[in-house]
Design a protein around this ligand. Structure first.
Ligand SMILES: *Cc1c(COP(=O)(O)O)cnc(C)c1O
Length: 357
């Protein structure tokens, strides 16, 4: 059965990419082996690895003074790796705009004088704080670029002004819109939302921030370990990196991040415009801070929310239940969600409204 998968992560992959992976799965390009079976030191894998690294550099226009690292452990592992590597003076400020941002801040407290400089908890994380003031002498400011559960995102208007590197968790928006990498000290993202199956985390770090890790930083969490070894210090998640490479090629063929952004803006506008025009559905995020990727919304009652989720599933619109912290529904419309998927959702929403008003 064909479905549109609105899961927040792991999430949809482009059909074309899945078919290509299927074609190559048993015998990768005449090697007689699957990528899942190859040595990570083989010439076959080496090409896959090097090409994936260079494609993400190209797609994100990563300047030469940045390292791109492929690591494991998910974005959550970076909540510890960032302070372990970057806390040279021992101080950092965090902006807490949601659940993952809060987890990152909580983890950092273990390694130094890390505080919450601002939070949007007062309004249940429905906005991004503006004009935040930071302490002097901090090593970095940490932000969460797109808040997956609450459906907010950073834009130029809210981008923090600070005299130190900005560290950003881009897990749920990487490659969905253009980003000026040179404005950041470090960017990290788990792959399973916009890039590939789970298992890969991407770290893009300015080279001068590499090599200052704490003496007790685990070898595997040191950015220097990974940078010195071209992300082949130990066995990488080879198959996930192969899939990431296919997605990067797909994106490049589509016209790159610039084109992807146009499509994402179009999809998000369709959905938000419909929600705003309806007296039945509500999205309570400050309009200027709305995410392009995750759209939480509610129907007028808990019963109707539950009914919506159940009937949507039957109609092939799956995994649309909201996170328990927000309730209701959440449509995650990442890069791989086609425009038709969003249109089908809107048609279903109209029908459900008429039947239940
Ligand atoms: C999903 C997500 C995480 C957690 O990612 P894992 O790879 O599961 O650790 C962290 N931050 C953000 C913004 C996310 O969307």
């Amino acid at each position: 059965m064909k479905v549109y998968n609105f899961s927040a992560g792991p999430s949809m992959l482009p059909e074309e990419v899945k078919l290509e992976a299927q074609k190559d799965f048993v015998d990768y390009k005449g090697s007689g082996m699957s990528v899942t079976e190859m040595s990570h030191r083989s010439k076959w894998y080496d090409e896959i690895h090097t090409e994936a690294l260079s494609l993400i550099r190209e797609l994100m226009n990563v300047p030469a003074d940045y390292d791109v690292l492929f690591v494991q452990g998910g974005a959550s592992q970076q909540f510890a790796a960032v302070p372990l590597n970057l806390l040279v003076n021992g101080k950092a400020d965090y902006i807490v705009t949601g659940n993952f941002a809060g987890k990152a801040a909580k983890e950092a407290v273990k390694y130094g004088d890390c505080v919450v400089a601002a939070s949007s908890k007062d309004k249940n994380f429905t906005y991004i704080p503006e004009g935040v003031k930071f302490r002097d002498g901090i090593d970095y400011v940490h932000i969460t670029q797109n808040n997956t559960i609450f459906g907010t995102r950073y834009t130029d208007r809210t981008y923090p002004v600070a005299n130190c590197p900005i560290v950003s968790d881009m897990s749920s928006m990487i490659l969905s819109e253009e980003v000026d990498v040179s404005k950041y000290g470090l960017i990290y993202a788990g792959a399973q939302k916009n890039i590939a199956p789970a298992g890969l985390t991407i770290v893009i770090v300015r080279k001068d921030l590499v090599g200052n890790e704490k003496p007790y930083c685990p070898t595997m969490l040191s950015y220097k370990t990974q940078a010195d070894a071209d992300s082949l210090y130990n066995t990488p998640p080879c198959f996930t990196i192969y899939m990431a490479g296919l997605v990067f090629k797909y994106l490049k063929k589509l016209g790159g991040v610039k084109e992807m952004q146009k499509i994402n803006e179009y999809k998000a506008k369709l959905l938000y415009d419909f929600i705003d025009s309806s007296s039945f559905y509500t999205n309570s995020v400050n309009p200027a801070d709305r995410s392009l990727m995750n759209v939480p919304f509610v129907a007028p009652s808990d019963e109707l929310n539950a009914k919506f989720v159940k009937e949507a599933e039957k109609a092939g619109l799956v995994s649309i239940k909201g996170h328990k912290l927000v309730g209701g529904m959440r449509a995650s419309i990442y890069n791989a969600m086609p425009v038709e998927g969003v249109k089908s959702l809107i048609e279903f929403m109209k029908k459900f409204e008429t039947e239940n008003k």
